[in-house]
Design a protein around this ligand. Structure first.
Ligand code: SF4
Length: 245
């Protein structure tokens, strides 16, 4: 039984016990009117529970919990929720900003040009895309590829926290300003603060430039590679290019 099921079972048992007590005239005087209503009607789920209320134990359960989410306004124009992909025991998690047009259509993260560049970076690190977990701060595409707004990030972030808590990677790599500001500090400046270790949920976090930025400014590739080498060192990965003779 998952933790969520255990909690639901426990709440159900307490509710039955209180109803039984009421039926034999033992109406507990300390109950609030909300609790009395709950006892009478049971749970009323007009609004989907927030990501903070997820108690499951697997990424699949979390994806089912997210469901056809309409908890924020990004649900209105998206085609697909881009939940994230990768193994549940990944050592490294990449967190981008938000799905773009191609990701929205495919329902998968980082499948466009920037995604192909990210795949190349992962390969250069001596890893494969299948070995890392890739996701975004928000799971639905902001219209016109604008930045996700504060309320959208606040609503969606608990899902990412649940993902990270389930995977417990050794390292998180935040790709670009929005993930760094969401996970580290709202005043984070990517040009000033990238390349330094931070922490999120007790896990080491390395912020670097987003691959889309590298498409516009290829000269920043050297800095990204320096940041990736720090991650490789922590993961004890050898630079595959060093063994090429
Ligand atoms: S961005 Fe997140 S919170 Fe908003 S609708 Fe999509 S999944 Fe739900």
């Amino acid at each position: 039984m998952s933790l969520g099921e255990e909690v639901a079972d426990l709440v159900g048992q307490i509710r039955r016990q209180l109803i039984n007590s009421q039926e034999i005239g033992l109406d507990a005087p300390f109950l609030s009117s909300n609790t009395r209503n709950y006892l009478r009607t049971g749970p009323q789920m007009d609004v989907a529970p927030s990501g903070e209320d997820f108690y499951g134990s697997s990424l699949k359960e979390l994806e089912d919990f997210v469901g056809n989410c309409d908890r924020c306004k990004l649900s209105k124009e998206r085609k697909n929720i881009v939940f994230g992909e990768g193994p549940s025991d990944a050592r490294l998690v990449f967190v981008g900003e938000a799905p773009g047009m191609e990701e929205d259509v495919a329902g998968r993260p980082f499948v466009g040009r920037a995604g192909r560049l990210l795949t190349g970076i992962i390969k250069a690190m001596g890893l494969t895309r299948e070995e890392v977990y890739i996701c975004n701060i928000v799971k639905c595409r902001p219209p016109g590829n604008r930045d996700p707004e504060r309320d959208e990030v606040v609503t969606c972030l608990p899902f990412l926290k649940a993902q990270i808590s389930l995977i417990r990677p050794e390292i998180i790599c935040a790709l670009g300003r929005v993930p760094a500001q969401s996970l580290v500090d709202k005043d984070f400046r990517i040009t000033r603060d990238r390349g330094q270790w931070h922490h999120f949920l007790g896990i080491a976090l390395m912020p670097t430039y987003h691959p889309a930025y590298l498409l516009r400014y290829p000269q920043a590739k050297r800095q990204v590679w320096e940041d990736m080498q720090k991650i490789m060192k922590e993961l004890r990965l050898k630079d595959p290019r060093e063994s090429r003779d």
